[in-house]
Write a protein that binds this ligand. Structure first.
Ligand code: C2E
Ligand code: MG
Ligand code: MG
Ligand code: MG
Length: 280
């Protein structure tokens, strides 16, 4: 009986796996050339200074408008792009587009809003990232300080010495480096001393529970204290309520983003929002 069920299960899972692989291969095929066909675009989510609520910049988030499937979330297609190598070309397009959009946010006499771009582990490993970044800045006239690169903890884990060298090279050009989804990896706070970064983004899983779970509040406070002692900026992700905003501000968190503050929006809306915030 068990044997029969086991066999059935095996066949069931194997078929499901085949379908998953097939779907993946198909997505990969469809992702190829998607940028050129205009199916991919960038949305922007504003990032605010918590002390006074001023918008400081925005994170670029990629969207894929699939002709048949509708909007495919980045959590699905970035991984496909990463594993197939398509991320290298996609990442270059994203950097140039993000800089092009950020160039339109500048206003005379005001500090320009920054644009923060997600960089996947593979883009970091290929090694030509500093050149790709330099050429995006040059072709768009965006100042290096206006560009932030978001790397995940796991991307810089593994070969720390090599990652550190690359990050130092990038930071020497004036570009700022932030660690994304901070706190979810196993590297922990001690990592901050060895990897040279300008900022950390506290993962939204901590922010989500910051009012309910004393452990998450304690950890968040510890991250803020440790980062500040090293001169590192702290940004909170996923602020969904006024209460979360208030407690993070009270604990000294520098900046934040989240649905309560502002959802990701198309580039033209983001530009309008920056203009309105500066009082025209
Ligand atoms: P991430 O870099 O951690 O980006 C933040 C994600 O949290 C975004 O999801 C954003 O829409 C979402 N978010 C923001 N505020 C809230 C909130 O208050 N509540 C909740 N529940 N979620 C919030 P999104 O746009 O689906 O992106 C998912 C991930 O995909 C990103 O996580 C990033 O790792 C990756 N990604 C997106 N665009 C790119 C890209 O151009 N290149 C690379 N390499 N990765 C990208
Ligand atoms: Mg990010
Ligand atoms: Mg994140
Ligand atoms: Mg918790």
């Amino acid at each position: 009986q068990a044997k029969v069920a086991g066999k059935g299960c095996y066949r069931f899972y194997s078929k499901a796996m085949d379908q998953a692989v097939e779907r993946r291969v198909q997505l990969e095929e469809e992702l190829r050339g998607a940028w050129e066909r205009g199916e991919l675009s960038l949305h922007y989510q504003p990032i605010y200074r918590l002390a006074d609520g001023r918008p400081m910049g925005a994170e670029a988030l990629c969207r894929w408008e699939h002709p048949r499937l509708g909007v495919v979330p980045p959590s699905v297609f970035i991984e496909v792009a990463e594993q197939s190598g398509l991320i290298e070309a996609l990442g270059r397009h994203v950097l140039v587009q993000a800089c092009q959009d950020a160039a339109t946010w500048q206003q005379p006499g005001l500090e320009p809003p920054f644009v923060s771009v997600n960089i996947s582990p593979r883009q970091l490993r290929t090694g030509d990232l500093p050149d790709v970044v330099a050429s995006a800045l040059q072709s768009t006239g965006v100042m290096p300080q206006q560009l932030h690169l978001e790397l995940t903890e796991t991307a810089v884990l593994g070969d720390e010495a090599q990652a550190s060298a690359l990050l130092s090279r990038l930071r020497a050009t004036g570009v700022k480096v932030w660690l994304d989804d901070f706190g979810t990896g196993f590297s922990g706070l001690s990592h901050l001393r060895r990897v040279p970064v300008d900022g950390v983004k506290i993962d939204r899983s901590f922010v989500a529970d910051v009012l309910r779970d004393p452990d998450d509040l304690a950890l968040t406070s510890a991250i803020i204290a440790m980062a500040h002692s090293l001169g590192i900026t702290v940004v909170a992700e996923g602020i969904e309520s006024e209460g979360q905003y208030a407690v993070l501000r009270e604990r000294g968190c520098d900046q934040g983003q989240g649905f309560w503050l502002g959802r990701p929006m198309p580039a033209n809306e983001m530009r309008r929002a920056f203009r309105e915030a500066s009082g025209e």
